[in-house]
Design a binder for this molecule. Structure first.
Ligand code: WT7
Length: 648
């Protein structure tokens, strides 16, 4: 971004008060903001008491060597004990921890008592395989209970896990194994995707060969498909774990003991191994999961649809919910297998009361049509969450209306792999919600928007999102590269964490996230956010999804080019394109009118569902399309290009 701060174009006037009964019984009230403001560290020290410590911390934050934070540093705890054993000890061993729903329709439920046995056995198995405290273990798995069990088993013995998303290639797996120097890989023969078994073990065999650091591969049998086998290296989970003792005494580790590494790809350079540690991370994931979803562990059924391969799965499938003793659903497969109502069928079956999903999924459901969720009983739902991208106001409204019976709060939670846990979000019993805005930093979190010179922008202004105080679940460094940690996050604005997102403040001081700063467009000297133009397009009844990029333009510097997916019934025509241009003009002002609008069938997305605008920019500028290896579906770009005149 340059020249001037981000324009503030979108006006969204709709407001939604919290439901009265939810507000009356809410876990968190407005007073929490005041309390945390008066004594931020005292507030976090209080939240740390949600956990069971073997040795209580006496110091909350050591910030003597910024940006290297130490939270609760003289405290000791075992993360797995906190997520499992203590619930059994408290008499809740019979409570279901995980209702597992396989894609082919198989299901099983694990209570906290069963989970404790499984985690203990897996911990004993890892010890037998030579894993020690301080080692790294790579996890390359489908969405099955053994994945959570494996992660907790690592935590239990003090080995850091590095979960690699099961959709990644053997290449990606090999570099991650190597970078973290992993000793053991936990995987499965395969998992079910789109109605058929999809292999994982062959990618592990290749990656392990290349990486050269791995001593053992522990393999869960999920699909029963054929696998190649190396007798000295490979061990079946059912032969190695099942025969172990279910007794394992958890050791207490330092609060700053590494818990996991999770790689983020970013747009350039080699993937960054984001390091998270134990006490602060578990404090903030537990607190936020309880506060933001208003979790009542005795009665709620919670479901986060993310894959455990992303940070959302780490913090809001494994650590936050289990630390809170929640009952949750875990689903293996895709939302359209065997039919497009699968998610709603699952909500109905388990009476899910809290649902956490992503804007990309919500827009897909919009495209599929309102009649699909309408066939199911969704009356158990009481809080809906969103994460991963800015949610277009129209998608927010659709979600609340069609999934939330026009009544449930929708919490739009902003955070990142690096932040470890939620940072900016409404609270369901407190906030008067604005569709499309994450609104306010949580109690105990300090965030603002600054301009190029690091000055805080006034209400109504736009610029860069920064975090101004350390927070308990912050990344501690980039694995093996402290300098890159400093350069990437702490050098753009002195003393502040640079999130890499554009943002604006509205007249009430509420924060609106506007996408990655790399995606901001510069049109005739105005910085315009792709997110706002996309939201304006999606607010037209004919548009289901939109992706907007700035393409080099001789007159205006950059010109706005939009790719749109039309809703089921809408027909593609010149007239519709003109209507859409005018609609954006009327919504945001003439400066934001796209120069070109191209209806397409699909948009290029990463495997975590984010639109890859870089590739669309290549198309809009008539360039050879760049690296497509991180695309979920690499044929999408051919489809888009086939609709355009050939490059000159
Ligand atoms: C980036 C982080 C957080 C877990 C999943 C993604 C974008 C995420 C929101 C939101 C606007 C959002 C940001 C952020 N993002 N949530 N509610 N509103 N933008 O984790 O892969 O590390 O991506 O996702 O651009 O920086 P991640």
């Amino acid at each position: 971004m340059s020249n001037e701060s981000l324009a503030n174009l979108l006006k969204e006037e709709r407001r939604f008060a919290p439901p009265a009964d939810l507000a009356a019984n809410a876990n968190v009230t407005a007073e929490a903001y005041e309390r945390a403001k008066a004594d931020r560290l005292g507030f976090w020290a209080e939240q740390a008491r949600r956990l069971t410590w073997a040795e209580e911390p006496t110091e909350t934050l050591d910030w003597s060597n910024p940006p290297f934070a130490k939270w609760f540093k003289d405290g000791k705890l075992n993360v797995a004990y906190n997520c499992v054993d203590r619930h059994v000890e408290a008499g809740n061993g019979d409570r279901v921890a995980i209702h597992f729903e396989g894609e082919p329709g198989d299901s099983r439920s694990l209570t906290y008592a069963q989970l404790k046995d499984e985690v203990s056995k897996a911990a004993n198995a890892l010890l037998e395989l030579g894993v020690q405290k301080g080692d790294r273990v790579a996890v390359y798995m489908p969405m099955i209970p053994e994945t959570a069990i494996a992660m907790l088993a690592c935590a239990r013995i003090g080995a850091a896990h590095s979960v690699v998303f099961g959709g990644f290639s053997s290449d990606a797996l090999a570099t991650r194994i190597q970078d973290a120097d992993a000793k053991v890989v936990i995987t499965s023969d395969g998992g079910y995707r789109r109605g058929k078994p999809s292999a994982l073990k062959p990618a592990v065999d290749e990656a392990v060969e290349r990486a050269g650091t791995v001593e053992h591969v522990l393999v869960v049998r999920r699909t029963g498909q054929e696998v190649a086998w190396d007798d000295s290296r490979d061990k079946w989970w059912h032969e190695t774990v099942d025969r172990q003792s279910a007794e394992h005494t958890p050791e207490a580790f330092d609060a700053e003991h590494p818990l996991f590494i999770l790689y983020t790809s970013g747009t350039t350079g080699k993937p960054k191994g984001i390091l998270h540690t134990s006490g602060g991370y578990l404090t903030q994931t537990a607190y936020t999961h309880w506060a933001v979803f208003d979790l009542k562990p005795e009665t709620d059924v919670y479901w986060c649809t993310a894959d455990v391969g992303w940070v959302t799965g780490h913090s809001y499938i494994v650590y936050g919910p289990l630390a809170n003793g929640a009952t949750q659903v875990m689903y293996e497969g895709t939302p359209d297998t065997p039919h497009q109502g699968r998610f709603w069928e699952i909500v109905q079956k388990y009476k899910v009361s809290i649902l956490y999903t992503a804007p990309t999924a919500i827009r897909t459901f919009m495209k599929w049509g309102d009649d699909i969720p309408a066939k199911f009983d969704l009356s158990s739902l009481r809080v809906l969450g969103s994460v991963g991208e800015p949610i277009n106001p129209e998608a927010w409204i659709w979600y609340r209306k069609n999934i939330g019976a026009d009544a449930t709060p929708v919490v739009d939670t902003w955070w990142q792999t690096e932040t470890g846990a939620m940072m900016i979000t409404p609270l369901p019993g407190v906030t008067h919600a604005k569709p499309g805005s994450a609104q306010r930093p949580l109690p105990g979190i300090s965030a603002t928007v600054v301009d190029d010179e690091a000055n805080e922008v006034p209400d109504g202004g736009g610029g860069y999102l920064v975090l101004t105080e350390p927070w308990p679940s912050m990344l501690r460094t980039i694995w093996g590269d402290d300098q890159r940690f400093i350069d990437t996050y702490w050098s753009r604005f002195e003393g502040k964490y640079f999130a890499g997102d554009g943002a604006k403040k509205d007249q009430d001081g509420d924060i609106w996230l506007l996408g990655r700063v790399d995606d901001v467009m510069l049109v005739s000297g105005h910085n315009i956010s792709t997110t706002e133009v996309e939201s304006a397009l999606v607010s037209h009844p004919s548009v289901a999804e939109a992706a907007v990029v700035g393409a080099a333009d001789e007159t205006t510097g950059q010109a706005i080019v939009a790719f749109v997916i039309l809703r089921g019934a809408a027909a593609e025509s010149e007239d519709l394109v003109t209507e859409l241009r005018n609609h954006v003009g009327a919504t945001l002002g003439p400066i934001a009118k796209p120069k070109r609008i191209l209806p397409v069938a699909e948009l290029p997305k990463t495997r975590s569902g984010k639109i890859m605008r870089r590739l669309l920019r290549d198309v809009a500028e008539n360039r050879q399309v760049g690296d497509v290896t991180t695309l979920a579906d690499s044929t999408v770009m051919d489809l888009i290009q086939s609709k355009l005149p050939a490059a000159p």
